[in-house]
Ligand binder design. Structure first.
Ligand SMILES: O=c1ccn([C@@H]2O[C@H](COP(=O)(O)O)[C@@H](O)[C@H]2O)c(=O)[nH]1
Length: 275
């Protein structure tokens, strides 16, 4: 089964649209990890095991591992998810994008080296730059559309006319381009931030039931109820609502794993109340 099938099955079986983001910051780890040379792996593994029952996905963010020289921990962590929690897909948040000859290596990095089920990608270089990802039909390609950060509007809201079309913001043009032209293998999803509920509603209207990865609840303050109300698909799914810091660092004490489990489950319940 490919990423999309696994994701849809997990939405149903776990009754969950929650994604836990894995963004290790050793300075925020509980004291018991202080002298552990493999702290990044051990901390993240405990988070994964504690929250697995509440999630539809895990989303490790590659810079948090690479900056620490912990790429090996990332590879072992993804292998652990596959081995211990089969049926929960892993989205590698790497936001890759480059000319085709280099993008091929980024695709191999995400899917073959790290064994991710999906990867986030930056569409700025155009269709050919995403081809090495899109042609991996069993893998998900999660394309930045309207990001959660305050500066998202700087470029993503610029008015464009497309191919003779009337003017509209770039992120809407991108959403339509992905839905109509790039999703031939049915393996595309879009990133739209929880901090922009109105834009979520507009993107959903353009892309039908295409999955949306929605970061920005929790630490960034996005409104869960507005996200679900505006962006769920016709069958009440369609969303991968991602929270990292609010789950990972729910407690800095010895109860960190139990606190993370409660935070993930609380998010699952809040989403389900709204759909
Ligand atoms: O538009 C985007 C795209 C990606 N992210 C990533 O998601 C998490 C958010 O972390 P929180 O702690 O839940 O705020 C982080 O890895 C970002 O790189 C995003 O926030 N917005």
């Amino acid at each position: 089964m490919g990423f999309m099938q696994v994701l849809r099955r997990r939405w149903k079986d776990a009754a969950s649209l929650v994604c836990v983001g894995l963004d290790p910051e050793p300075a925020r780890f509980p004291a018991k990890f202080r002298d552990d040379p493999d702290a990044v792996f051990h901390f993240c593994r405990e988070i994964v095991d504690a929250t697995a029952q509440s999630v539809c996905c895990f989303k490790p963010q590659i810079a948090h591992f690479a900056a620490l020289g912990a790429e090996d921990a990332l590879a072992r962590l993804i292998a652990h998810v596959h081995d211990a929690h089969p049926g929960i897909p892993v989205i590698l948040d790497a936001k890759r994008g480059d000319i085709g000859s280099t993008a091929r290596h980024y695709a191999a990095e995400a899917f073959d080296r790290y064994r991710a089920d999906a990867v986030t990608a930056n569409p700025y270089l155009g269709a050919d730059s995403l081809q090495p990802f899109l042609e991996r039909a069993d893998k998900g390609v999660v394309i930045l559309c309207r990001t959660s950060n305050p500066g998202a509007a700087d470029l993503q809201d610029l008015m464009v006319s497309g191919n003779g079309g009337s003017g509209r913001p770039l992120y809407q043009h991108l959403a339509e381009t992905v839905a109509r032209e790039w999703n031939g293998n049915g393996n595309c999803a879009l990133v739209v931030g929880a901090t922009w509920p109105e834009q979520l509603r507009e993107v959903r209207a353009i892309v039908g039931d295409m999955p949306l990865l929605v970061p920005g609840v929790g630490a960034q303050g996005g409104d869960v109820e507005a996200v679900v109300r505006n962006a769920k698909s016709a069958d009440g799914t369609g969303l991968v609502v991602s929270s990292s810091r609010a789950v990972l660092y729910a407690s800095g004490g010895d109860d960190f794993a139990a606190a993370a489990a409660a935070a993930a489950e609380g998010l699952r319940e809040a989403i389900n109340r709204a759909r």
